[in-house]
Every structure is written in C-alpha cells, then in structure tokens.
Design a protein around this ligand. Sequence first.
Ligand code: AMP
Length: 282
Amino acid sequence: MGQVAVFESVKAMRAAVAGWHAAGEKVALVPTMGALHQGHIALVTEAQKHAKHVIVSIFVNPTQFAPHEDFKKYPRTFEGDRAQLEAVGADAIFFPPVEEMYPPGFATRILLLGPAAVGLDDRFRPTHFEGVATVCCKLFTQSRADLAVFGEKDYQQLKVVTRMAADLDLGIEIVPLATFREPDGLAMSSRNRYLSPEERALAPLLHRVMQALAARLRNRDDLFRAVGEAQSEIITAGFELDYLEARHAETLAPVTSLADGPIRILVAARLGATRLIDNIAV
Ligand code: AMP
C-alpha cells in the first residue's frame, strides 16, 4: 500500500480534501484517539466501502476526560498506528497538536440533550459527551468529510454524535459499525491493555452476562428480575458496576418490557482502575 499522509494542521487536511472533492471523490473520516486495534481498522475498511478516500484522525481529546481520568496515561502509539493505517491503505492521518484543536481563548462547548442525558455514561462522566461532541463537531467541519464511521462499541456516543450531526445540519453522514471482539467475546478497546492477567481473564464475563440476559429478554422473562440478576452476577464476579441496563435502542430511554423495544443492553463496569463499557442488541 502507498504511504499514508500525515496532516498536523486543518489547512493541510482541507487542501487535500478540496482536491479530492474537486475530482468528484468522496471522503470519509474515522475519528479515533489512537492506540489502534482491529476494531479501529474495521472502521477504516468500512469507510473504504463508502468513500474513495479515508482520513483517520488521531487525537487524545483532553476535553472529554475528567481531571481524575486517564488522559495523561492514555496509550499513545503513533508509529504503530501509522504502520497499521498504511497497511490497510488509509489515505491520511489527521494528527493535530492540542493547540491546533484548542488554541488559546477557545471557549465553546456543545450543549447536548436527548441521548446524552439519559443517566448512562453521562451520569458517571458528566462532562464527557460535551467534550466528545465538541471535538467531533470540529473534526467534521475541519475535514469537510462526506461521512464518518463510528463503532457501536461506544453506543451512547454513536447516538449522541448521530443526533448532533442531524440537529446541527453538519452535512455529514454517520455510519455505524458493529463491535469487534476478541475470540472470548471481550470488546476490543485501547484500554484493555491496562488489565492485569487476572482482570483480563475475568473481563469477558461482561459479554457472557449480556448475551444470557438478551436471551432471557427475548424469551419474555420478567425484565426487572432478569436485569437485576445479571447485575448481581457481575458484582459477585468482582466488578464495580456503574450500570447494566436495558434501554430503548434509539432513544436510550428506560424500558419496562420487550414491547417497548427495540432494546439495547448497555453495561459499564470497572475492574481495578480500568473502566470497561459494552452493549448488545436484544
Ligand atoms: P477510541 O479511539 O476508542 O476513542 O474509538 C474510536 C472509534 O473506534 C469509535 O468510533 C469507537 O466506537 C470505535 N471502536 C472502538 N473500539 C471498537 C471495537 N471494538 N469495535 C468497533 N469499533 C470500535
């Protein structure tokens, strides 16, 4: 595959995109924080099906981390990321320094309602989604990409970004992609590398419990009892559970029965210092 271009400025990225658009060619954006794994690469492959050119942004976005979170220790593996993107045939990496994204005086945030205010991750990370939305809005308008691919792994984020892109007429299509998993079911995540061997062995339990819960709900088992027992199983196994909930798959509003569906099961749980999130359809 050819060399992947690296743009550190909005100006350089826009010049490339303007050239592609002038030739009548579509451009896709894949926003990431780097430390790329096969899940990210699957997003690039999906993007290539929709557009002739694919830009992958790599930016560990400070505004989506709370002060006590892992911004400083978040893995930064640019050379490895670049090699993987070259191998998959991505056209360009947008790799801006923090000052390019947030110059002195930067003072804007996006206020989110709807799926960003439903008491899931927003309850445990109160400023997270406004940081995500702000940086994604910037990346969309900076790149002027025709579409952006996001993973279902971060399901609430996918719904928040899709809503924002529509509500603010950002002129970009949001394309979702199913979660890429390890053979034992653990959702791939850049944060999995924080897990100790013991924690890593325990981690796939989250997916197993969600699968069993989904099966019970499909069989019309009582929703409150089934969810409650799944929560207990996770806690008994040694996780600190932030939430395990069955929600409406589109609005993320609470549901009381299968009839309120389509239903999505969403979980966030901590093993030591590592916070894992996952979700599946019922
Ligand atoms: P991140 O770099 O973790 O912020 O994620 C960047 C993009 O990759 C987001 O759209 C995520 O939803 C997506 N992503 C992360 N992990 C996975 C996975 N295991 N499968 C599919 N997409 C993923």
